[in-house]
Design a protein around this ligand. Structure first.
Ligand SMILES: CC(=O)N[C@H]1[C@@H](O[C@@H]2[C@H](O)[C@H](O)[C@@H](O)[C@H](O)[C@H]2O)O[C@H](CO)[C@@H](O)[C@@H]1O
Ligand SMILES: [Zn+2]
Length: 305
């Protein structure tokens, strides 16, 4: 077992593609700076729609196989971001994509939405106690846009952070560890409005339609934003990572669309709300480093891969 770098970031996401859409430049930046970046994806995205016609046969209501295919898409996306530690919660296929809210897939055996919270969180506690991350990123309580797997990923991540810190929990799951800072993915409304205005102005016909601002996960009033990560130096890596998720995402320059063909902005500054922990800034201004404020004694090797 080898010691990991002093700075360790853990991201918890629902499906392959969410990590690149929400945190592509953040992951690329910290990986490039030598921090250890670990991604836990909770499902394989088996119920997703498929954009390229020549891959349509992979869909769950056709031949199936989309989940296995998306494992490969995720691996390709991680190579573009320089991230080498990416895992599936409980192992590949342990929890199945639950489909959109209100669909019958929500209640299928194995669906992540139907999983027991503590059973699912127990898998993540082991990851937290071995990696010992100082920073964790996940969704807000609504999962960004209400998808059941996103909501469940939020619940599992927050519950696992609580259990990992509890000395009375799981003595066989590793030594207790408290994650110093937990962030939720956010987009400030003013930034979203300006980006959509630019999309309508410069590329009105790039896609068959244009999404609504509130279709963008996590859009909130600017006042709720506590950190911003300018990843313009890593814009190419994020774009390439999103392109790697070819069954789910179509990229056109600084814009993209999901399988609904509705154009939306590709953000190269990523925004966060500090949900737990002490902010690094001292005057209430936004942080520009997610590890800001983490005590020096916590920024040390000693975790295990
Ligand atoms: C970004 C994200 O969370 N994608 C999920 C989502 O996919 C959407 C879903 O298929 C919807 O029906 C489409 O209109 C939309 O364009 C898709 O992005 O839900 C899928 C099923 O749970 C999931 O596999 C996909 O990763
Ligand atoms: Zn998702």
């Amino acid at each position: 077992m080898k010691d990991l770098p002093a700075r360790r970031l853990l991201l918890v996401h629902a499906h392959p593609d969410d990590e690149s859409i929400n945190n592509g430049v953040t992951m690329a930046r910290y990986a490039a700076e030598g921090a250890h970046v670990a991604l836990v994806t909770c499902t394989l995205g088996e119920e997703g729609e498929v954009i390229p016609p020549d891959l349509a046969h992979l869909a769950a209501d056709r031949e199936g196989g989309l989940g296995d295919h998306r494992i490969g898409e995720l691996a390709a996306a991680m190579r573009e971001l320089g991230v080498t530690d990416h895992r599936f919660l409980g192992g590949p296929g342990r929890f199945r994509d639950s489909g959109m809210m209100g669909t019958e897939q929500n209640h299928r055996p194995g669906a992540f939405w139907a999983a027991g919270l503590d059973e699912a969180a127990g898998h993540l506690v082991r990851v937290i106690r071995s990696l010992r991350p100082q920073v964790l990123i996940t969704y807000d309580p609504d999962g960004g846009y209400g998808h059941p797997d996103h909501i469940q990923a939020h619940r599992v991540a927050m519950r696992a952070a609580d259990l990992a810190a509890d000395p009375a929990y799981g003595p066989d799951a590793g030594a207790p560890h408290t994650v110093a800072k937990i962030y939720w993915n956010r987009v400030p409304r003013s930034v979203a409005e300006e980006a959509f205005a630019r999309l309508r102005r410069t590329a009105p016909d790039a896609f068959p339609g244009i999404a609504e601002i509130d279709d963008v996960p996590g859009v909130v009033d600017d006042a709720l934003i506590t950190a911003e990560i300018d990843g313009s130096a890593h814009a190419g890596a994020k774009t390439a990572a999103m392109r790697a998720h070819a069954t789910q995402i179509a990229v056109d320059g600084p814009f993209f669309a999901l399988s609904n063909d509705l154009g939306q902005p590709l953000f190269t500054t990523e925004y966060y709300e500090l949900a737990r922990g002490v902010p690094g800034g001292d005057d209430g201004s936004r942080e520009h480093d997610l590890f800001a404020g983490v005590p020096d004694e916590d920024l040390a090797p000693g975790a295990q891969a």
